[in-house]
Design a protein around this ligand. Structure first.
Ligand SMILES: [Zn+2]
Length: 214
């Protein structure tokens, strides 16, 4: 009786696990596996997407760094240019504050020649700056004609007289070349670093000395 019951139960279990049911279980397992693999695949895709975004962010950040570095380089270049402009301006200012500003023509004097019955004109220059200059003075009769009349050195605070020409001869002006220390990078002229020109004073201009009555 018991054996019969067990045998029936066994038969019952064996009946339940028949071919069809195995197929159903296999199908269910297959579905589970495929769902799992879809989920796995999706997760992999998410990871890949995350990595891609991370890479994009890193690339963007790198690009940003390059831009910042470029901007800094540009800024440094501008600062260097500005510093160089300032240095050039200072050199230019020093140049303009050189002989052009320092050397003044105080006056042109007419003086009686010590031995001859005529008068001579003398230019009186003063160096009101702090530098020493070499000078080369010319009398300009016109744009094409001039003659050298004196060279020398003029020290800071010094006054020098330069004989120009015989009084009464018409001339256009006095041209002077000066040389001396200058921090600028301007090339020197024909005969010096600075050139200055003074138009001849009007002959009618009253002179410091009383007129010669001889
Ligand atoms: Zn200069």
């Amino acid at each position: 009786m018991l054996t019969a019951i067990i045998g029936r139960e066994t038969t019952h279990v064996r009946d339940w696990v028949n071919v069809d049911r195995v197929a159903v279980i296999v199908a269910i397992i297959a579905v589970i596996v495929s769902v799992a693999s879809v989920l796995y695949g999706r997760r992999q895709a998410d990871i890949a997407e995350g990595a891609k975004q991370e890479a994009r962010r890193a690339a963007d950040a790198a690009e940003q760094q390059v831009k910042i570095a470029d901007a800094a380089k540009e800024e440094a270049r501008r600062a260097a240019d500005a510093a160089s402009d300032v240095a050039k301006m200072e050199a230019r200012r020093d140049h303009l504050a050189g002989a052009i500003k320092d050397i003044e023509l105080l006056r042109v004097e007419s003086r009686q020649h010590p031995n001859l019955p005529h008068r001579n004109l003398f230019a009186v220059f003063r160096n009101s700056g702090h530098r020493v200059y070499r000078y080369s003075i010319q009398v300009e009769y016109n744009t094409n004609s001039h003659s050298p009349v004196g060279t020398g050195r003029i020290h800071a605070g010094e006054t020098v007289d330069v004989h120009l020409l015989r009084d009464g001869i018409r001339y256009g002006g006095i041209a002077a070349w000066f040389d001396g220390e200058c921090p600028c990078d301007q090339p020197d002229g024909d005969q010096g670093h600075w050139r200055k020109f003074w138009r001849a004073p009007d002959p009618e201009t009253p002179r410091d000395e009383p007129p010669n009555l001889h």
